[in-house]
Design a protein around this ligand. Structure first.
Ligand SMILES: Cc1ncc(COP(=O)(O)O)c(C=O)c1O
Length: 364
């Protein structure tokens, strides 16, 4: 099956085989070595040239675990967070902050709208109790890239910290973390890094990590301080998914061999090919080009074709697409191009799309 949903993604045979490494005890030095290697590779991949300024903290759990660990760990006592919310995952950040009573009034936008950095500037001036700003990098809801760099510079210049959910971005979208001082970035294994789901991580600026160690613990299982302290001494606070770590390590090796920049370009080429063919078929993309990511496109459903018919027809032919969420559920469909996929997979999908459309609507 070719997965055109935004994770879990198709993985290479090399990554799949890495699951079959011999059994290993997580309290033995071999496991500490594996975790150390993963942490190093994450820094090499995502903060190249600035590895000594950041630390990588590894968690077992889906992307949400890394995002929530960031939210509950990033604030000192009595301080609050502004969430920039322009999609389902921005909304999730708000729920997380709300669950801990850490939220300040959020900056909320429509799902096809980019946040205005000047509004962030104003909000930070008005809210001295706010110590952190949180935002999604690639809003998977509609495939929108948020202006991380512009907002990071404002947040940093005003003495606050910027926390970014790049669960669907890292590996597939360009992101300069070190340059504009992004303080915490959450990512996951099962999307653009092309490993299995179930492993996630947070990249943290080192000076900030020292402060995080002094903040109150609002969760035990999701305390980044707990993970960091144990991993720094070659241990783990809880039982990790060792087999998934092996596969994740292999996928990071593949990513570094391909080069993050090259992968981003590969994804970009695939997305452009899909968008061009869809446009030629009269299928409209939801977002203007300058907002679109490299790895996912939201298209309007043609009026005479329901999502279910399209989905089921494509699934019968070996391709999985993704539905819209919330108020867009009956209006759009999403096509992701993450994962170990080749040009022929995308060509196969586009031919299958034409076939299903013709079968269901009589239109070529
Ligand atoms: C931007 C973003 N954040 C967080 C998540 C949650 O990740 P998970 O489902 O792995 O917990 C997703 C999942 O698609 C996502 O796209």
């Amino acid at each position: 099956m070719v997965l055109l949903n935004p994770g879990p993604v198709n993985v290479s045979e090399r990554v799949r085989k890495a699951l079959l490494q011999p059994d290993m005890c997580h309290r033995e030095p071999e496991c500490a070595e594996l975790i150390g290697n993963i942490r190093r590779k994450l820094l090499q991949a995502f903060v190249p040239g600035h590895e000594s300024e950041y630390t990588a903290i590894l968690l077992t759990g889906s992307g949400t675990a890394a995002v929530e660990a960031s939210v509950v760990s990033c604030l000192p006592l009595g301080k609050r967070m502004i969430v920039i919310n322009n999609g389902v995952y921005g909304q999730r950040l708000s729920y997380m902050a709300g669950a801990q009573r850490l939220g300040a009034p959020e900056l909320k936008y429509e799902w096809d709208t980019r946040p205005d950095p000047e509004k962030v500037h104003l909000a930070l001036k008005q809210h001295p109790e706010v110590q952190a700003v949180a935002m999604v990098h690639h809003e998977t809801t509609v495939g929108l890239i948020n202006p991380v760099h512009e907002i990071a510079e404002i947040v940093d210049s005003m003495g606050r910290v910027f926390v970014v959910d790049s669960v669907s971005g890292l590996g597939g979208e360009p992101l300069d973390i070190a340059g504009p001082h992004v303080y915490m970035v959450a990512g996951t294994s099962g999307k653009c890094i092309q490993a299995f789901p179930g492993v996630s991580f947070v990249l943290v600026r080192k000076g900030f990590m020292d402060r995080v160690l002094t903040y109150p613990k609002r969760s035990w299982y999701l305390s980044l301080a707990n993970y960091y302290e144990e991993q720094e001494r070659g241990s783990v606070p809880f039982t990790p998914a060792v087999q998934l770590y092996h596969a994740f390590h292999e996928a990071l090796g593949e990513l570094l061999e391909e080069g993050v920049e090259n992968r981003v370009q590969r994804y970009g080429r695939a997305a452009s090919a899909i968008r061009q063919r869809m446009e030629a078929l009269g299928i409209r993309a939801m977002l203007p080009k300058e907002f679109q990511s490299h790895s996912l496109t939201a298209f309007y459903l043609p009026e005479d074709l329901s999502y279910h018919k399209l989905h089921d027809g494509l699934k019968d032919r070996g391709f999985i697409i993704y539905a819209g969420q919330g108020h867009l559920e009956s209006k759009i469909f999403r096509v992701a191009n993450m994962g170990a996929l080749m040009e022929e997979d995308f060509n196969g999908f586009l031919s299958a799309f034409q076939e299903v459309r013709e079968q269901e609507t009589g239109r070529v």
